[in-house]
Ligand binder design. Structure first.
Ligand SMILES: *[C@@H]1O[C@H](CO)[C@@H](O)[C@H](O)[C@H]1NC(C)=O
Ligand SMILES: *[C@@H]1O[C@H](CO)[C@@H](O)[C@H](O)[C@H]1NC(C)=O
Ligand SMILES: *[C@@H]1O[C@H](CO)[C@@H](O)[C@H](O)[C@H]1NC(C)=O
Ligand SMILES: *[C@@H]1O[C@H](CO)[C@@H](O)[C@H](O)[C@H]1NC(C)=O
Ligand SMILES: *[C@@H]1O[C@H](CO)[C@@H](O)[C@H](O)[C@H]1NC(C)=O
Ligand SMILES: *[C@@H]1O[C@H](CO)[C@@H](O)[C@H](O)[C@H]1NC(C)=O
Ligand SMILES: *[C@@H]1O[C@H](CO)[C@@H](O)[C@H](O)[C@H]1NC(C)=O
Ligand SMILES: CC(=O)N[C@H]1CO[C@H](CO)[C@@H](O)[C@@H]1O
Length: 363
């Protein structure tokens, strides 16, 4: 009987001891904050060390911390396994906005298994090896805006099956690999605004079933038939596309891509009229008023390049509303006559040609 009692006393003493340790722990994580601010934020232990002129991640922070904001400190580099070394493996959110980062070691993020938000915006990162993110499998949002990235290559992102948002706006991106986003199937938003993209491979957004928004504003876009096809595919996919303005060709400069009525597949040789020995070929383009349609034969532009002695050509051009015409009359066609004629919209970068092979056999 006495033995039993002493056992239960011992048990309750143990309970008190463990609850003391727990209290100690809670006090510890807020105590060891130095100049940073430590408080509960959205149910997480959050430490805010922003703007304290720190040049490295503080080494004595509690392992319990889930949200760390180091923004506006001259950190310069996230070195190999830096979070593991500092025992910060429970981070859910890490921010280092404007940290003068120019170096992100390929193994820097090791240990951040449960990180969901990473903000490395407004730094000097000019390239990032995709394997860098292999440790952050739970990542939902990645903010790399306002850096100096020049391309997004095919291996840019490792398998991040939970990633929903990637912010790459305000970099210097000129090129995106065809399969850059292949391994991030849950993406909903891709922000590529204010980069140097002239065009994007048509397949870049293919198979991203959840994708809803693509922001391409502020890129020096080439508005031509190729990019028009890309736009068509994107709209078939039901995406909200924030359009860039056309930088090229010059006649479309300043128009937004979606406004620019690019006359792809829309100029056509609409009629052929034969009046005795004169033949008129009529070419019509829709939605491209003010721009030139021209006729070509033998690789020369009729009316611009000289050197035709026979036959004689007469051009009749007009624009009315959204329509532009160029009618070519070939006069005094000979009995036996065969030649290919092409109608095209001026400027090769908008090249869209229709051709007709004219065969005359007068009996
Ligand atoms: C950290 O503190 C700065 C300055 O007070 C504030 O602007 C910022 O929003 C804070 N960060 C978080 C995650 O609350
Ligand atoms: C970024 O930080 C630097 C110094 O760390 C500061 O001079 C600069 O104004 C900051 N930029 C912004 C946009 O806050
Ligand atoms: C990324 O790093 C891996 C491993 O070091 C390397 O094999 C690969 O070539 C790198 N990729 C790029 C684009 O630098
Ligand atoms: C990403 O970073 C930029 C620059 O700091 C900021 O303006 C933007 O709000 C951030 N986006 C998100 C979704 O956090
Ligand atoms: C054929 O075209 C020429 C040049 O425009 C014109 O002088 C001639 O009258 C036309 N002939 C016919 C039969 O329309
Ligand atoms: C060109 O031909 C078409 C079809 O015959 C006609 O409707 C149009 O008015 C003509 N345009 C010019 C400028 O001659
Ligand atoms: C001409 O183009 C404008 C702008 O693309 C459009 O709003 C208008 O309906 C078009 N008019 C005709 C007659 O097709
Ligand atoms: C056929 C034609 O006129 N092509 C012109 C398209 O525009 C470029 C640059 O603006 C010129 O160099 C081409 O001659």
């Amino acid at each position: 009987m006495i033995k039993m009692l002493s056992k239960s006393v011992l048990f309750s003493v143990l309970l008190i001891v463990t609850s003391c340790v727990a209290n100690q722990e809670i006090e510890d994580w807020t105590k060891n904050c130095k100049k940073c601010s430590c408080k509960w934020l959205n149910g997480r232990r959050a430490v805010n060390c922003s703007n304290l002129k720190l040049d490295e991640i503080p080494s004595d922070l509690s392992v319990e911390i889930a949200d760390l904001d180091l923004s506006y400190n001259p950190i310069h580099e996230l070195s190999k396994e830096i979070f593991m070394i500092n025992g910060l493996i429970n981070l859910r959110i890490f921010r280092c906005h404007n940290c003068s980062l120019s170096n992100l070691n390929i193994n820097a993020l090791r240990g951040l298994d449960i990180l969901i938000k990473l903000d490395l915006s407004k730094n000097n990162l000019d390239r990032i090896n995709g394997s860098t993110f292999q440790f952050t499998e739970d990542l939902i949002q990645l903010n790399l805006s306002f850096n100096k990235l020049t391309f997004v290559d095919n291996d840019f992102l490792s398998d991040l099956i939970n990633l929903r948002e990637i912010l790459l706006n305000d970099n210097e991106i000129e090129w995106i690999g065809e399969s850059a986003f292949k391994r991030v199937p849950a993406l909903r938003l891709i922000n590529l605004a204010n980069n140097r993209l002239k065009r994007i491979n048509t397949d870049v957004f293919k198979n991203l079933q959840r994708l809803r928004t693509v922001d391409l504003q502020g890129n020096p876009w080439i508005c031509d038939c190729q990019s028009d096809e890309f736009r068509r595919k994107i709209s078939e996919q039901g995406l909200l596309l924030l359009s860039p303005s056309c930088a090229e060709p010059s006649i479309l400069k300043g128009k937004t891509w979606s406004e620019a009525d690019i006359p792809c597949d829309r100029s056509a040789i609409t009629s052929i009229k034969i009046v005795s020995i004169n033949i008129t070929l009529s070419c019509e383009a829709i939605g491209f008023s003010g721009h030139d349609l021209y006729w070509m034969t033998d690789g020369k532009i009729i009316g611009k390049d000289d050197g035709y002695s026979f036959p004689k050509y007469v051009l009749s051009k007009a624009s009315e509303g959204n329509y532009t015409w160029n009618n070519l009359t070939i006069t005094n066609v000979a009995d036996e006559y065969q030649r290919e004629y092409k109608c095209a919209i001026q400027n090769s970068s908008l090249s869209n040609e229709n051709k007709v092979i004219l065969v005359v056999k007068l009996l």
